[in-house]
Each structure stands twice: as structure tokens, then as C-alpha cells.
Design a protein around this ligand. Sequence first.
Ligand SMILES: *[C@@H]1O[C@H](CO)[C@@H](O)[C@H](O)[C@H]1NC(C)=O
Ligand SMILES: *[C@@H]1O[C@H](CO)[C@@H](O)[C@H](O)[C@H]1NC(C)=O
Length: 208
Amino acid sequence: MLFGANLILLWIPFLAALDGNVCPTRCDCTALPSTNIKTNCSHRDLTSVPVFPDTTEELYLHNNHLTSIPPGAFDNLLSLAKLDLSQNPLHCDCNIRFLTKWLEIVGLDSGAKCVTPPDLNGTSVGDLGVTQTVSCSPPVRPCSHFLVTDVFLFIFLFSLLFLMIWCLRTLRTIRFKIKVNDVEVNLNHGRSLVIGSIKRRFQVSGRS
Ligand SMILES: *[C@@H]1O[C@H](CO)[C@@H](O)[C@H](O)[C@H]1NC(C)=O
Ligand SMILES: *[C@@H]1O[C@H](CO)[C@@H](O)[C@H](O)[C@H]1NC(C)=O
């Protein structure tokens, strides 16, 4: 009856319902006394995380080749009470943050440990705090860092602007002096006609 109803509905819920009830090909699913399922995927050479039955209560994923856990991989497992993720070569970059958070929320000790990058080798995924550097490009800049660097940047830019205005203001005086020198140079050469015109120009620009 339930499957019949699902068939009439859209394809996506149908496939989701099917995925949520089927044991992954490389795993063993056995019924527990609680009527929930024990899904055993340990020692199966898994390189990616399959979709598990919705009613999985115990999930064994240890001793595989999982380097990452996709966000939301266990979201359909509302009865999950036991999870073993140990002995997987997990790469702890920013994508692992979801797992740290999720483990904290559900309160499970999965035994998941980082293997790469080298500086995090052996660190428990559950212990990766906000202070731990889990990097991805582009790196996430903390807010306090933003404020400090940007305040300095603004101070620097304002100083630069002030310096530019000061330079432009003094530039007039500098031009003034050069013109005076021109007059002197020309005086030394004794070209009285040229001096006369320069002197006139100097007077005009000197007033402005
Ligand atoms: C899971 O499967 C492995 C391999 O078949 C077996 O050795 C192990 O005992 C099983 N673990 C559990 C908890 O059922
Ligand atoms: C991680 O550390 C273990 C020992 O704690 C070592 O055997 C392993 O080679 C290290 N892996 C990497 C990728 O550094």
C-alpha cells in the first residue's frame, strides 16, 4: 500500500524512499531487537559514503578508505545511536566542519580521526574546534582580524590622502621657486627680452 502510494507521487520522493530502505550493496544489514537495523559497512574498502537505511540504529564504517564525509550523509538516520568512523584516512579541511558540528549535536563518539593534513594527523574530528585551523581556499578570515586590519587600512588611506593634498598644496610653492630660478638663470645669460616675458608670467601665476 505504502509503495503504491509512493509510485503515484513524484519520482524524487519515490527514489528517496527506496534509497532509504535498501541496504548498500557492500554492507550487511541485520535487524536489531528494537526492529531497527544494524548496518555493517566495516572493512569493505569503501572510498565513498553510501546511502544507509533510514532505520539504521548502529552504523559501522570503520576500516575503510573514506577521506571525506559529505555534509548531511547521516541526516536521514533519525534512530542512529552508534557510529564507528575510526580507521579511515579522513582529510580535515573546512569540509569536515559539518561533521564536528553534527557529532556535537547528536552527541556521538564516532572515533573519527584526521590523517591529513599532516599537522592534524591523529586529531579527533570531534575535537576540531573553531580555533583549530581547518583550512580551505579561500581561508576564512575571523571577524576581529577583519576589524583590526581594516581600521589600519583606513588610517593608512586617510594618511595617504592627507599627504597627497599636502603635496599638491606645496607643489605650487615649488613651481614658484623653479620659475624664480628660471628668471635667475635667464638673468645670468642676460636675455633681457625673455626675462621680461617670464617676469610677467611669474607675476600672473604668483598671484593665482
Ligand atoms: C561487520 O562485518 C565484519 C566483516 O564481515 C565482521 O568482521 C564484523 O564482526 C562485523 N561487525 C559487527 C559489529 O557486526
Ligand atoms: C599519521 O600518524 C600515524 C601515527 O600516529 C602514522 O603511522 C601515519 O603514517 C601518519 N600519516 C600521515 C599521512 O602522516
